[in-house]
Structures are given as structure tokens and as C-alpha cells.
Design a protein around this ligand. Structure first.
Ligand code: ZN
Length: 89
């Protein structure tokens, strides 16, 4: 069974700038520049996790500076491929 994390509330998380290559994160794909924004460590460490709930997140993209609102259902796991922000996709 896939672990599920539900979020409830309004969050303004600070994106993680230093990601570890190979590690899994939960975050959003920037609506403006499409880069992956890391919000928190994937607690499963595997990328096999579902997220949901009624929460909304206000996130400023660390790459292009765009501030956007995202729903909990838009959160997705992704694996960092490099420690360099410019290498993320
Ligand atoms: Zn962006």
C-alpha cells in the first residue's frame, strides 16, 4: 500500500536550495519555469508516496522568483539528479 500524506492548512514553505543528488523530495513543479521545487524530504525516501488533503501552498520559485499558489494534490515526489539547482528539471 502506498503511504499517503495529507496536508491541511495554508503553508508558505521555504524551498530547499541544497538538495542531495539521488535523494527524494516532495515539492512542486514551478508553474512558470517548470523546474522542480523541493519543499521537504520525502519521508519514505523512495518516491512512492501519495499526497493530498485540503491544504494550499504559497511558494516562491527559487529559480525564477515566481510566487504561485499550489494545491496539495499538485505536490509530487521527485528525485534530485544533481546538487546544482540549474541541473534540476
Ligand atoms: Zn520557476
Amino acid at each position: 500500500m502506498t503511504p499517503r500524506i495529507d496536508f491541511d492548512g495554508h503553508f508558505q514553505p521555504s524551498p530547499r536550495m541544497n538538495v542531495v543528488p539521488g535523494a527524494w523530495y516532495l515539492g512542486f513543479q514551478c508553474a512558470a519555469c517548470s523546474k522542480s521545487i523541493a519543499i521537504l524530504d520525502d519521508p519514505t525516501g523512495s518516491g512512492v508516496v501519495e499526497t493530498g488533503g485540503a491544504a494550499d501552498f504559497e511558494v516562491q520559485c527559487p529559480y525564477c522568483g515566481e510566487m504561485r499558489g499550489y494545491s496539495a494534490s499538485a505536490m509530487r515526489p521527485w528525485q534530485a539528479t544533481t546538487g546544482s539547482p540549474s541541473g534540476l528539471d
